[in-house]
Design a protein around this ligand. Structure first.
Ligand SMILES: Cc1ncc(COP(=O)(O)OP(=O)(O)O)c(N)n1
Ligand SMILES: Cc1ncsc1CCOP(=O)(O)O
Ligand SMILES: [Mg+2]
Length: 208
């Protein structure tokens, strides 16, 4: 099953100057399902200012604006949802905080964690890291088998993440990932973020 695999962008760990412009060019380069703001160790007031700057750019393009780690701040700041990991807020609590907003949950390489996330009300589950990445030190690597079985058996959409690029994404698309979450391959693309998005979209479309 290769249809309907969409791109999910994660911001760089540190936002470069004029990121608004880069972000807009990436979002205008092709179909993007979501943008996750993922910044660590940034005080809440600064994060709120950043959200106020970036959220309209994303939401005006009908792209979901998701906040990493902090469901309460996501609600407070008008985001479309939040992504929580296993050591952030428990998924059940995150669902209560978010109401009807989108909830994504990190499940590493575990279908068991993904089942629990689904029972707690997750809108998507994320498996990874599938490939080496410099964006984060992943606690665990994930197997394509985990993704394939989940996609075959379960209705809840799954996101694949970790070191994904245009050259290595085909097996994840073939395994049934509904979304590919990428950061480095887009923001670090030698020809700019728009070219990074287009390379990913071409690679996804080429899978048959
Ligand atoms: C889509 C997506 N998948 C996984 C993660 C990782 O979340 P987490 O395990 O909480 O690690 P941090 O990203 O918070 O360092 C994610 N953010 N997004
Ligand atoms: C947030 C996160 N969680 C697991 S790997 C990863 C980093 C994804 O970024 P990249 O696409 O640059 O590997
Ligand atoms: Mg987290």
């Amino acid at each position: 099953m290769t249809a309907d695999c969409r791109l999910y962008l994660i911001t760089p760990p540190v936002l470069p100057a004029d990121f608004e412009h880069t972000l807009a060019s990436a979002l205008d380069a092709g179909d993007i399902a979501a943008l996750q703001l993922r910044l660590k160790n940034v005080p809440e007031d600064e994060l709120l200012r950043i959200i106020d700057r970036l959220r309209p750019i994303v939401q005006s393009r009908e792209v979901a604006f998701l906040l990493n780690d902090d469901p309460a701040l996501a609600v407070k700041s008008g985001c479309d949802g939040a992504h929580v990991g296993q050591t952030d807020m428990p998924a059940k609590e995150a669902r209560k905080v978010l109401g009807d907003l989108t909830l994504g949950v990190t499940c590493h390489n575990s279908r068991h964690l993904a089942m629990e996330a689904g029972e707690a009300g997750a809108d998507y589950v994320a498996f990874g890291a599938f490939f080496p990445t410099t964006t984060k030190e992943p606690p665990e690597m994930a197997e394509i088998y985990t993704l394939r079985i989940w996609a075959e058996m379960m209705e809840i959409p799954c996101v694949a993440i970790g070191g994904i690029n245009a050259e290595n994404c085909a097996p994840l698309v073939r395994a049934g990932a509904e979304f590919l979450a990428v950061s480095g391959t887009v923001w670090g693309h030698q020809d700019g973020a728009a070219a990074g998005v287009q390379a990913m979209l071409r690679a996804i479309a080429a899978v048959s």
